[in-house]
Design a protein around this ligand. Structure first.
Ligand SMILES: NC(=O)c1ccc[n+]([C@@H]2O[C@H](COP(=O)([O-])OP(=O)(O)OC[C@H]3O[C@@H](n4cnc5c(N)ncnc54)[C@H](OP(=O)(O)O)[C@@H]3O)[C@@H](O)[C@H]2O)c1
Length: 272
């Protein structure tokens, strides 16, 4: 009979990149509530300290590590510090991601390509590599990559981000295939729109009225009628981090309030 305690993360050690705010923060808090010790890492130490304090306030363990994960030197240093903190790594959530500017394919600059790719793909790949080597020594582990529904279809003015997120889905499959024999499971979560600094920055320069209108227009596109909250992503992350998902690897969960299905809802019904 299935044992519900398989969802517990008691005694596990996790790294959550981008764990100081948004989706990463929600996952770090969720993991700590499920019993894991967490390393949270990003560039802004104040946000990391604040999240770590919130975790310690309910008796959890959290270590903030400041790192620029778009730079190779920052990556190895962060992984070494995480191992130093807890002695092992059972779970890695590659959540840190960025899309710092919007530009059409005719206008995108090389610098924008490098900034996005160095973090969203290169950083994610080499963090996974460094952590996988440690997991292999310890008999296994779980890697969760945060992609996006933009990795399923191109979105105007964020082509580089969309390409990077499609790449994340393939990194998951490549690592899952090669690491299966080492008992390392690698999976993707692909969120749709979720309130966070990244999402809400779309409206930051608008007047309150214009922001309200733009938000309502986005919500009107959503079959569920709302934009998600970071907590909407946590359950899938706990599943992929826990023993409940031991036979799942190289796969993905889309959490988007059915936005990917929206065009089908408006298409004329054709029996096939
Ligand atoms: N919100 C959405 O609608 C949505 C939808 C689909 C997918 N996603 C994905 O979900 C993930 C989390 O995004 P979010 O929405 O929670 O956005 P967010 O609030 O902007 O969080 C992004 C996180 O990444 C960290 N980060 C950015 N650049 C970094 C760097 N160079 N080195 C280390 N850390 C860095 C940020 O911290 P610092 O600034 O302190 O470095 C922050 O903690 C991203 O991968 C994003 O692509 C989000």
């Amino acid at each position: 009979m299935f044992d519900l305690s398989k969802f517990s993360l008691e005694g596990k050690c996790a790294i959550v990149t981008g764990g100081g705010r948004g989706i990463g923060k929600a996952i770090a808090l969720g993991f700590a509530h499920a019993g894991a010790k967490v390393v949270i890492t990003s560039r802004k130490i104040e946000e990391l300290e604040a999240t770590a304090s919130q975790i310690r306030a309910f008796g959890g363990q959290a270590v903030p590590i400041q790192a620029h994960l778009g730079k190779m030197a920052g990556i190895q240093q962060m992984v070494d510090s995480a191992v130093e903190a807890f002695g092992r790594i059972d779970i890695l959530v590659n959540n840190a991601g960025a899309s710092p500017a919007m530009a059409s394919v005719l206008e995108s600059q090389e610098r924008l390509w490098d900034t996005i790719m160095n973090l969203n793909m290169k950083g994610l790949y080499f963090i996974s590599q460094a952590v996988s080597r440690i997991m292999k020594q310890h008999g296994g582990g779980k890697i969760i990559n945060i992609s996006s529904i933009d990795g399923f279809h191109p979105e105007r003015t964020v082509s580089i981000y969309s390409i990077s997120k499609a790449g994340v889905r393939m990194i998951t499959k490549a690592f899952a295939a090669e690491l299966a024999e080492f008992n390392i499971q690698v999976n993707t979560i692909a969120p749709g729109p979720v309130h966070s600094k990244m999402m809400d920055s779309h409206w930051i320069n608008l007047t309150p009225e214009a922001a309200q209108k733009a938000k309502a227009e986005t919500e009107a596109l959503m079959p569920m009628g709302r934009i998600g909250d970071p907590d909407d992503i946590v359950g899938a992350a706990v599943y992929f981090a826990s023993d409940a998902s031991n036979y799942a690897t190289g796969t993905e969960i889309v959490i988007d309030g059915a936005l990917l299905l929206a065009p089908l809802l408006n298409a004329p019904g054709v029996p096939i």
